[in-house]
Structures are given as C-alpha cells and as structure tokens.
Design a protein around this ligand. Structure first.
Ligand SMILES: [Fe+2]
Length: 288
C-alpha cells in the first residue's frame, strides 16, 4: 500500500500529536491522499449509515439528487440533521486538527454529499474534482497559464467516509497516488498517461476506514459487482475563497436550518458559511 494509513485509538481521537499531523501533511503532499482508521466511533457511523439508507430506500435522495446517474451511481447533498448534527461528526477534533494542517485555520464546508453506487454500477471515468484555472482569452484564442502550479498546497480536500465494508467487488474508490501534482499543468495528462505514470490504489477496508483526497488527485469509482448498494459520504472542505465548480448551479451547497445552525457551537459556526441560514439577505423581499 502506497497511501499512508493512520490509526486513531479512543485515546488519540481527541487531537493528534504534531508528529501525526506532519505525517498527514507529508502524505497529502506526496500522494494527494491519506487514509484513517477509527476517526469516528462505530456507533456514530452506524447511525449515519441508517439515516443515509433510510433516505435512499424511500427514494428521497434520488429525487433530490445532484446527478441522476454516473454509470449507475448518484450523488445527493445531505442536510445537517439528526446524526449529521452530532459534533462528533462535523466538529471531530482530530479531523479539524488535520484539516488545519492542510488548509490553514480559515476553511469552510463546501458540501456534504453521499454517493450511492447501486448494484451493477460500472466503472466511473478517471477524473479530478476541481482545478483552479487561470485561462485567458485574447482575440478568440484561449491560452492556459504556463507557470508551474504543481507545488500549490491543497485548496479543497474531501473526506470520504464509506458507510459499509469496502472490498474489491463493491465499488472502492481508485486513486492514482501522486497524480495531483500534474493536474494544474498547462497541459494536464490524459487518462492513459496518468495510469502509466502513477500507481493506482483501491481504497478497501472495513467500515471505520475513511480517507482524505485532494481535489486535484485523479480518481474514479470502481464497479459495484455486489448485490448491495454502496453508500459513502463525501465531506468536502475548502479554503474560504474556493468554490466547488461542480455545485455552481446548486444553492445552497450546505443544507442546515436556522434552528440547527443556532445549535452549532459558536467556534464551529464559520464552517457553515455557505449555508443559506448563514447568509445576510438585504434585497430579497424587494425583488420578489
Ligand atoms: Fe470525484
């Protein structure tokens, strides 16, 4: 296994020592990904799983889905309600210590999504989740930024939390370790070049495994050859200035009611800055 895996025990889940944070930072710089065991209590994961499956089985998530079908899988935003409002989830101290080491002290939730791969889901195409681009267009001719952006630190990181055991058969996420360093080049590599130059790793493990991946790392969902749906959470964190281009036409990208936002401890309320309940409205009534 190329990608580093860090095990949290009940004693260490509070706040990791500096040595662990350096390990996470180095792993993200090298591979664009880092895996964790035991970041969340199993009792919480089981509640999150039950809530996602309830909404999936009722058809609600498909109706509200962001993407109807990606080769047999779909994505939908999840509201911060019920178990998702448990601070052990969104305010997990170990998670935030690691995010601070990657994104500085000033980041927010970009979105909380679930991706459900139905039985029979096919391989998802290899992709990155969101680049930053500095294209220019002069006289009808588009030119890419020629400078070297490969050493930029992360600006958006996804925490993937599988809500079931993941093996080779039920749709693990494949990650081309280290490929994030090539994603911001003036001419990003094609799928064949990425596959040739970087080791692919399939993120398999028992429920309790979770992993970070950089928005720039090439990845894709593998086929689900099992008979069960494969639910995962995609919990996206970004520097405050970055907006996920996949959600450009979705508002709000963070779903929480005013009442629930008021229950969030003040020190963590800034995480929800993209929620409608956190925005100031000055003109809305007059333009109706
Ligand atoms: Fe993706």
């Amino acid at each position: 296994m190329t990608i580093a895996k860090i095990a949290f025990t009940a004693a260490r889940v509070r706040r990791p020592p500096a040595r662990t944070l350096r390990r996470v930072r180095d792993a993200m710089a090298r591979d664009g990904a880092a895996a964790f065991d035991g970041l969340f209590p199993m009792s919480l994961l089981k509640k999150l799983r039950a809530e996602v499956l309830r909404r999936h089985e009722s058809g609600e998530l498909r109706r509200r889905g962001l993407v109807r079908d990606i080769a047999g899988r779909y994505a939908a935003l999840l509201p911060f309600e019920g178990p998702f409002l448990d601070p052990a989830f969104y305010a997990n101290p170990a998670l935030h210590a690691m995010l601070e080491s990657l994104l500085g002290g000033d980041y927010c939730i970009g979105s909380l999504e679930t991706v459900i791969a139905e039985p029979g889901a096919l391989r998802q195409h290899q992709h990155i989740d969101g680049p930053i681009l500095f294209d220019r267009r002069v006289g009808g001719r588009k030119s890419a930024y020629e400078g070297d952006l490969s050493a930029l630190p992360p600006y958006a990181v996804t925490l993937c939390v599988p809500l079931c055991d993941i093996d080779e058969r039920n749709g693990p996420t494949a990650i081309w370790a280290g490929s994030h360093r090539t994603a911001l080049g003036a001419r990003p590599p094609g799928a064949a070049q990425v596959a040739r130059e970087f080791n692919v790793e399939r993120m398999v493990g028992k429920m309790g495994l979770s992993f970070f991946f950089d928005f720039r790392v090439f990845h894709g969902g593998e086929p689900n050859l099992s008979r069960e749906p494969r639910p995962v959470l995609m919990f996206v964190f970004t520097r405050r200035w970055y907006r996920d281009p996949n959600l450009a036409d979705v508002f709000p990208s963070v779903v929480i009611s005013k009442r629930n936002l008021d229950r969030v401890p003040a020190v963590r309320r800034g995480l929800f800055m993209l929620a409608a309940a956190a925005r100031l409205s000055r003109w809305q009534e007059k333009t109706k």
